[in-house]
Unconditional design. Structure first.
Length: 324
């Protein structure tokens, strides 16, 4: 009797493990039959993309590009799609797509320029000085309708349609991106032609030169400076730019976190775009100014803290290891 019971238990245990094993094997067979990895059947030739984007790269009137569809990796924030980033690497010009996480202003901006079906989108692109529209025809919904509207739009100039054949094998997103239309916004292109220098003053007698120390700091020299003037920085306005009435080109970024030197407090927005400060002369007709982007001090401090914490952790781990 005990032997019969043991045989019944063994059969039940076998059934218990047999059914999941069969299901697992079935899943493996199904997954292996799917062409999930494109590299199994084809190799994408990215070198061809260089020729596709050549009209963008060599066109000097193209300054900033909005690529469509606008699809960020966190919906409202983050980077744009990889095929658009690959394009930017090739043509090497600023891409308007993308929004910093937590930036409400960036989120609003992306929302305003996102829908080309809306006629007002061209006005918003103009407002943000975006001169070029690049449409990925195979990836943007209703691209034919949108292209027909843009070609008829007097505010826009049609540059051309550029395409390449797919590589052999199954098509990937890279292949679908090889069919583009390019347009330029006439007003922005014209404004770019009349673009003022990066720095200027409202007093024509003042001679101005500048040196870019790095991406977040400029050293500005004013000569023949005898009376108050407005210093204009032709870059989108943000209160995070700070102007100091001295040469701070060689000081550490942590210096700007202290209150030892207060920035010029006359910072204002000019013509709904540029930054401007009122600058007053000193006893000398020449003056040196430093323009600094303040958020970098926090980044610099964060790097110091991170490296310090890393060194402490490594030291502790080494100490523990040798103590044992």
């Amino acid at each position: 009797m005990a032997l019969v019971r043991k045989n019944i238990l063994n059969k039940n245990q076998n059934k218990k493990y047999t059914i999941p094993a069969i299901l697992a094997l079935t899943c493996v067979i199904i997954i292996n039959s799917l062409n999930i990895d494109q590299t199994w059947t084809r190799n994408t030739d990215f070198s061809k993309l260089t020729k596709l984007y050549e009209p963008v790269r060599v066109n000097n009137q193209i300054k900033v590009i909005a690529a469509y569809p606008i699809q960020l990796n966190f919906i409202k924030y983050g980077f744009t799609q990889p095929y658009q980033l690959i394009g930017q690497i090739i043509y090497n010009k600023p891409l308007a797509n993308g929004a910093s996480i937590g930036s409400k202003r960036a989120e609003i901006y992306q929302g305003l320029i996102q829908d080309l079906n809306n006629p007002k989108t061209i006005d918003y692109l103009t407002k943000y000085n975006i001169d070029t529209i690049l449409i990925y025809n195979k990836l943007l919904a209703n691209s034919n309708i949108i292209n027909n509207k843009l070609i008829k739009d007097d505010r826009v100039e049609y540059i051309g349609h550029f395409t390449q054949k797919y590589d052999k094998g199954n098509a990937s997103t890279s292949d679908y991106s090889r069919d583009i239309n390019i347009y330029q916004i006439k007003k922005v292109v014209q404004d770019n032609k009349n673009l003022s220098p990066l720095f200027l003053t409202t007093n024509k007698d003042v001679n101005i030169t500048y040196e870019k120390i790095d991406s977040y700091r400029y050293l500005i020299y004013l000569h023949n400076f005898k009376k108050p003037t407005n210093l204009v920085f032709n870059s989108p306005y943000t209160p995070k730019w700070q102007l100091f009435n001295e040469d701070l080109s060689k000081v550490n970024s942590l210096f700007f976190l202290s209150n030892k030197n207060s920035p010029n407090n006359t910072h204002k927005e000019l013509t709904q775009y540029a930054n401007a400060w009122t600058v007053y002369p000193s006893n000398n007709e020449c003056i040196n100014l430093t323009l600094y982007f303040s958020p970098y001090s926090v980044v610099y401090l964060g790097n110091i803290i991170s490296y310090t914490a890393l060194i402490i952790c490594l030291t502790y781990l080494i100490f523990i290891k040798y103590e044992k």
